[in-house]
Design a protein around this ligand. Structure first.
Ligand code: 3PG
Length: 393
């Protein structure tokens, strides 16, 4: 103590305040941090100090974090699912309206007009026919990815009287509960693209979703469709989008991820990654990320991790070991027999797994010696062993 938290982006004060000053040192220039707190800073290629025990992303996407490398080191990566969902939903709806009513060129048209008020009014009436748009109840919205954000967007679009179809092969029970019954389930992605005329994408970027929106899928859309991407650039094949805009398959591409070609394209509306940039979302994300980090460092509990399972064991004893390890046979037995060698009683324990990773929390009736800790560390498949400190409140 104190714990050291390295911040790699500006983090909302409401989140930073969650770290009591008597127990935490929080700064952007810490050399041996226990925890890392960030937003979109790119950690790939960064040398991550061996002292790091947890990384928390104040936001949803974790493609800026080397999650696999951290998993191999037994380091949980946290994110803040849902904390910025409302902010992103509102921007997606704004993007939809910008496209449907041609608002960007229309506002540009007015800004460029010269003359008196009377001349202006004449030009306004003469020019408006170029910007005729469409209304949402005549359209079908296809939502690709039904996580916290996708579900909010789908429900909101129903509220605007759109027809809504969604696709997510990995939808969770929690998100399914949150989703309005009016959202129709697409059989697969091609089915969604065949039936939608506005598509919005809300998947994380990973090997399964890279270039999910590609040339073949865009061809399934009716002419003059709209594509919205407030997820990640790589989910969409940008070359294919530009071809679809040029060919008239797409009337608009609205995105938070500009590229040099897109920002010059007359049918692309590019925003500067504004999805989560509201005061409310920044605070929600910062608070949630700080709480996850704190709970892990102080209690060894895991909530909202993208690589480790949820693991919460109420604590009523001081001596707790937190042990991330591979999900392979005989790990718990070896941990327990290491402890038994020192004749310490195990008063409580938890073992949970997710994919190839497991996490074991062991509460002991006394402190384990350095030899016992080393014996556990030496077990093949153990990724790290941490004595969870006792916090005096
Ligand atoms: C997210 O992944 O939550 C959003 O892309 C927001 O990113 P930001 O925190 O950098 O604004």
């Amino acid at each position: 103590m104190p714990f050291k938290i390295l911040t790699l982006n500006n983090i909302a004060l409401a989140g930073l305040r969650r770290f009591p000053r008597e127990r935490y040192e929080v700064a952007s220039d810490i050399t041996r941090p226990d925890g890392v707190l960030l937003r979109s800073h790119n950690m790939h290629g960064m040398e991550i100090p061996a002292s790091v025990q947890a990384v928390a992303r104040a936001g949803a996407g974790v493609n800026n974090i080397p999650v696999d490398t951290l998993s191999e080191r037994g380091v949980p990566v946290f994110n803040t699912p849902g904390a910025n969902a409302n902010a992103v939903k509102e921007l997606v709806l704004a993007g939809l309206f910008l496209a449907a009513r041609n608002l960007i060129p229309a506002a540009d048209y007015v800004r460029k007009l010269d003359g008196t008020d009377a001349e202006l009014s004449k030009a306004v009436e003469a020019g408006k026919k170029q910007f005729v748009g469409f209304e949402l109840p005549t359209r079908t919205l296809g939502v690709v990815g039904l996580g916290a954000i996708g579900v909010e967007v789908a429900n909101a679009a129903l509220g605007l009287d759109m027809q809504v179809i969604g696709y997510d092969p990995k939808i969770t029970v929690q998100r399914a509960w949150q989703m309005s019954r009016g959202v129709e389930k697409a059989v697969n992605l091609d089915d969604l693209f065949t039936r939608a005329d506005v598509v919005t994408v809300h998947t994380p970027l990973n090997d399964d979703t890279r270039s999910l929106i590609n040339r073949d899928r865009l061809k399934l859309l009716p002419r003059n469709s709209v594509l919205l991407n407030f997820a990640r650039e790589g989910v969409v094949d940008v070359d294919a989008v530009i071809e679809a805009l040029d060919a008239g398959q797409l009337s608009h591409y609205v995105t938070d991820f500009p590229t040099t070609r897109l920002k010059e394209h007359p049918k692309a509306i590019c925003l500067p990654h504004l999805g989560a940039s509201t005061r409310e979302a920044e605070e929600n994300c910062a608070v949630m990320a700080a709480e996850s980090l704190k709970e892990y460092l102080e209690q060894g509990n895991i909530r909202n991790s993208v690589n480790f399972p949820e693991a919460v064991l109420p604590r009523d004893r001081p001596d707790r070991l937190a042990i991330p390890h591979l999900n392979v046979p005989n790990m718990v037995a070896q941990i327990l027999s290491s402890v038994a060698t020192e004749n310490i009683n195990v008063s409580d324990m938890l073992n949970v797994s997710r994919g190839g990773l497991s996490y074991t929390v062991v509460d002991l009736d006394g402190p384990a010696s350095e030899e016992t800790l080393q014996r556990i560390r030496d077990v093949k498949g153990i990724l790290s062993v941490r004595v969870v400190p006792v916090i005096e409140s």
